[in-house]
Design a binder for this molecule. Structure first.
Ligand code: TYM
Length: 335
């Protein structure tokens, strides 16, 4: 088993937004730079738990690949691939469907949010989504999983599945119990229109999020129109309680400027939001303009992007296939 093996996944369901970037992809790059063994997956099987037009799924998979590379992930250093191309994910997911308990699944808040009121119409895949996520991680015996705050509960379920499997089959330590890495200042970036909701691809209003490929005028407009409140910026963090929109803009600023929230409050305390919005817009444009340009450039060479994924899945299979085989042996499957 590797000392430290990092695994994480992103759904190729559209443009990545600032939440994905600050909460996840920027962290992926930092871990890659720390020379950890990193495996980053475009989880296309998770994506289809909600309807995806086939053409859009293909385009989005290539776009997220381009985004990973533009953000600084390197195909020679990290393993970058799409989930459907490594069969161990779905096979192990089936095994974990038999390990996980209905009671565990019924507690998953993301299913409740995504299924909404009409739960009967949700796909069965959406319900067992967390077992596939556990399979993603455990198929590589990954030890650490960098994610945003919203994935914490799924990571806890992954840990429960690993422990139950090891215990049920008396295979101590076969699956490592992975640690979440929920780090950085912006582990939960909120909507620009409602500071109590997380920034998300599924939110209907595009004004609620900054997409990594937004043009600079649009970024400026979105920040300009971002919801704030009528009070001035306070001196202390405690005074941001019940001011979610203010806290969100300050947190985004802090994350982009590599400062703590306290340092950021020192800069802006006593002023209204105009100064913060102007400086935040500048920071966002500095960071996202070159990124957006690089994504567009990479998208012109889809053959290269497909090659990155193909080679990545070959490397991923070398790790995952023997672990799946060993899992079959432990369960008693005849070969
Ligand atoms: P997904 O595709 O929704 O999001 C990808 C990553 O971005 C983080 N994120 C955020 N971080 C901060 N603020 C936000 N507003 C925000 N929105 C999203 C997510 O936490 C995530 O890290 N189930 C996962 C994908 C997945 C996965 C895995 C992750 C599948 N298998 C195995 C880790 C390990 C998901 O839907 O992420």
């Amino acid at each position: 088993m590797a000392e430290n093996r990092i695994f994480s996944g992103v759904q190729p369901t559209g443009n990545l937004h600032l939440g994905n970037y600050l909460g996840a992809v920027k962290r992926f790059v930092e871990l890659q730079e720390k020379k950890a063994e990193c495996i980053y997956c475009l989880v296309d099987l998770h994506a289809i738990t909600n309807w995806q037009e086939p053409k859009d799924l293909t385009e989005n998979t290539l776009e997220v690949t381009a985004t990973f590379l533009a953000c600084g992930l390197k195909e020679k250093t990290s393993i970058i691939f799409n989930q459907s191309q490594v069969k161990a994910h779905s096979e192990l997911a089936w095994i974990f469907n038999c390990v996980a308990r209905l009671g565990w699944m019924n507690r998953m808040t993301q299913f409740k949010e995504k299924a909404g009121k009409n739960r009967e119409a949700a796909s069965l895949g959406l319900y067992c989504y967390p077992a596939l996520m556990a399979a993603d991680i455990l198929a590589y015996h990954a030890t650490h999983v960098p994610v945003g705050e919203d994935q914490k509960q799924h990571l806890e379920l992954t840990r429960d599945i690993a422990l139950k499997f090891n215990n049920d089959f008396q295979a101590p330590d076969f699956f490592p119990v992975p640690e979440p890495i929920i780090e950085g200042t912006a582990t939960r970036v909120m909507s620009l229109r409602d500071g109590t909701k997380k920034m998300s691809k599924s939110e209907t209003s595009d004004m609620s999020r900054i997409n990594l490929t937004d043009e600079i005028d649009l970024i400026a407009k979105k920040i300009q129109k971002a919801k704030t409140d009528a009070f001035e910026i306070p001196e202390k963090k405690e005074d941001l309680i019940n001011r979610p929109e203010a806290e969100n803009l300050l947190t985004i600023y802090a994350s982009l400027a590599n400062k703590s929230l306290d340092e950021t409050l020192k800069i802006f305390c006593g002023s209204d939001f105009k100064k913060l919005k102007t400086e935040l817009t500048d920071l966002l444009i500095d960071e996202l303009k070159p990124l957006g340009q690089e994504i567009k450039k990479l998208l012109e060479d889809s053959a290269y992007l497909r090659k990155v994924l193909k080679e990545g899945s070959e490397k991923a299979r070398v790790i995952a296939d023997p672990i799946l085989e060993e899992t079959f042996d432990i369960i008693g499957m005849v070969k």
